[in-house]
Design a binder for this molecule. Structure first.
Ligand code: NOJ
Length: 573
């Protein structure tokens, strides 16, 4: 597909969404979805507040100190894959800014920081017996030590999408079952080297995205379009890899290290368009089961959601296939996978309205999306400040958390990602829409906790603006603005820093008067940060002066004096 085609498709989608929304609006009362009023109150004592990042999105230093290539290095260097052909080559230069970034976390008074470990940085080919890169280990050692010295708990993700390229080329990446063992060896090394200090481990980040966008639509690395099968196979191997790593920790390391191992699953909430229509109710449930349930159900209950088995099985049969495109677990595998989660990480950003929609399954036309038999809609009134897909729908968060509680027997939850972006054209540090987003989403989380959901921590996504995958640097999720034009990548606080800081220090929302004050104060300080940022070209100009102009002038002076001296000497002779 070309960019224009994709754009065209998107446009058609928008029109469709609007039309469907309008026609649905006639027989559907939006107000029934009670948003509730704001809840003043505090979080349980010890609730952990944090912010997050991932290696490829922030570190830069893509080819430094012995790091091997990841599939994202290769994918982003291919023309036409990333908006404006951006790459993560230098990104925020986080690799060189441990101390600086920790001072930002301290400014926020964070309890924890969630980061990911780049597999090819510490195992350049992905295979332990080939080579372990001590310089890469040293970087994470320093990061972890510095966090602990500053009383910030490290939460480490083992896989945030940067598979070693060698494993992709040699084996086909997650299409191949051999990833299970390679990933396990990598994880085991991380437990061995960092586990004395890291007590919270996340095996995989958002495997839904890896499976669907990496192997089904091809928008993400490795860019494969194996429609109808690729995502299911990748997911199957990732679930097994997760389980194996959990067992490794459980049998080899838990005794001495006493940490926890979980997985981070992302999921939108799906709300039925018509809450009195059984078909819509079932379609919405299917949406969530195909999203978060795809991974959570095997991990908590030992097998895929029944509805996935039914739908994909039936459609595969209609296509004339002998077996389902959804792989199966043997009974041994079921019990091996079941219960491999000490805590559940939840990444959540947005919500969709869902209605039933049938897709005919013809030859070659099957896909994850058509398997679900549903259509996604949005309310055009939902705020949509940044990423196209990200509408602010706070009440969906509470529903998703309650769904998780009900489906998986109230597991311990850490929210591993939640936040909102803005477009690149906007260099505005007074981000009141982000303040509103964080305020409302964390408030819905507070309500969920009052509902009895076992949420122990919250991670704002993200600490910094950074490389946003196929969208390059065009979508900024950071609490801190990063000036990517300047090669030093300076950071500037957005107003939301001031606001989030106050939520953290009050551990919630004390009372209306105070909370209203926060917003006023936050937006007051951002205008001075805006001025700093506006002055930034001057900083780059100053660099030009010190790095180019001064040395050139000096060299010229020396040369001229030499010529002058020679001239004098000649005359003297
Ligand atoms: C989820 C991904 O895990 C993260 O890397 C990304 O930045 C956010 N979605 C926002 O798109």
């Amino acid at each position: 597909e070309t960019e224009t085609q994709r754009h065209g498709d998107r446009e058609t989608c928008h029109v469709l969404v609007l039309v469907l929304c309008l026609s649905a609006a006639e027989d559907f009362d939006w107000t029934k979805n009670d948003r509730g009023s704001f809840y003043y109150g505090t979080f349980p004592a010890g609730f952990s507040w944090g912010a997050g990042s991932s290696a490829y999105q922030t570190e830069g230093a893509w080819d430094q100190d012995g790091k091997g290539l990841s599939i994202w290095d290769v994918f982003s260097h291919r023309k036409g894959k990333i908006l404006q052909n951006d790459t993560g080559d230098s990104s925020c230069q986080g690799y060189y800014k441990i101390k600086e970034d920790i001072s930002l976390m301290k400014e926020l008074k964070l309890d924890h920081y969630r980061f990911s470990i780049s597999w090819p940085r510490i195992m350049p080919t992905g295979i332990k017996s080939d080579h372990v890169n001590e310089k890469g280990i040293k970087y994470y050692d320093e990061l972890i030590d510095n966090l602990l010295e500053n009383k910030i708990t490290p939460i480490a993700t083992l896989y945030h999408w940067d598979l070693p390229q060698v494993l992709q080329e040699k084996y086909g990446g997650w299409q191949n079952i051999s990833m299970v063992n390679y990933f396990n060896e990598f994880a085991n090394l991380c437990f061995e080297r960092f586990g004395n200090r890291v007590k919270y481990w996340i095996t995989l980040n958002n495997p839904w995205s890896v499976a669907v966008e990496g192997y089904e639509t091809g928008e993400h690395a490795p860019g494969l379009k194996l429609r109808g099968t690729g995502a299911y196979r990748a997911a199957h191997h990732m679930i097994k890899a997760h389980a194996k790593v959990w067992h490794t920790y459980d049998t080899k390391w838990r005794g001495q290290q006493k940490g926890l191992v979980g997985i981070s699953l992302s999921g939108d909430w799906g709300e039925p368009v018509d809450i009195s229509n059984q078909k819509d109710i079932e379609a919405a449930e299917r949406y969530v089961q195909f999203y978060i349930g795809w991974f959570a159900t095997p991990i908590f209950h030992g097998d895929y959601p029944q509805v996935m088995k039914d739908f994909i099985g039936r459609k595969s049969a209609q296509q004339g296939l002998g077996t389902s495109r959804l792989p199966t677990f043997s009974s041994q595998e079921k019990s091996y996978v079941k219960g491999t989660c000490d805590f559940l990480g939840i990444g959540h950003f947005t919500t969709r309205y869902i209605t039933q929609k049938n897709y005919q399954s013809g030859h070659g036309s099957s896909s994850y999306f058509t398997d679900r038999d549903l259509a996604e809609l949005v309310d055009p009134r939902w705020p949509d400040p940044g990423s196209e897909w990200l509408y602010s729908v706070p009440w969906g968060f509470r529903r998703l958390l309650n769904f998780v509680k009900a489906q998986y027997r109230n597991p311990m939850i850490y929210v591993t990602e939640n936040g909102v972006s803005e477009k690149i054209t906007c260099t505005e540090l007074c981000d009141d829409w982000r303040i509103q987003y964080y305020k409302d989403y964390t408030n819905e989380m507070l309500k969920a906790i009052k509902d009895g959901v076992n949420v122990r921590g919250y991670t704002a996504w993200s600490l910094l603006d950074k490389f946003e995958w196929d969208e390059g640097y065009s979508e900024r999720f950071g609490l801190y603005y990063v000036d990517f034009r300047n090669k030093n990548k300076p950071r500037y606080p957005k107003a939301s820093v001031q606001y989030y800081k106050r939520i953290i220090s009050s551990n919630g929302f004390p009372n209306q008067r105070e909370v209203e004050n926060w917003k006023r104060k936050a937006t007051e300080t951002c205008s001075s940060s805006n001025q700093l940022l506006a002055a930034d070209p001057l900083t780059s100009h100053m660099e030009m002066v010190t790095e180019v102009v001064v040395p050139t002038v000096c060299t010229l002076c020396i040369l001229l004096s030499a010529v002058f001296l020679m001239f004098l000497l000649r005359r003297h002779n």
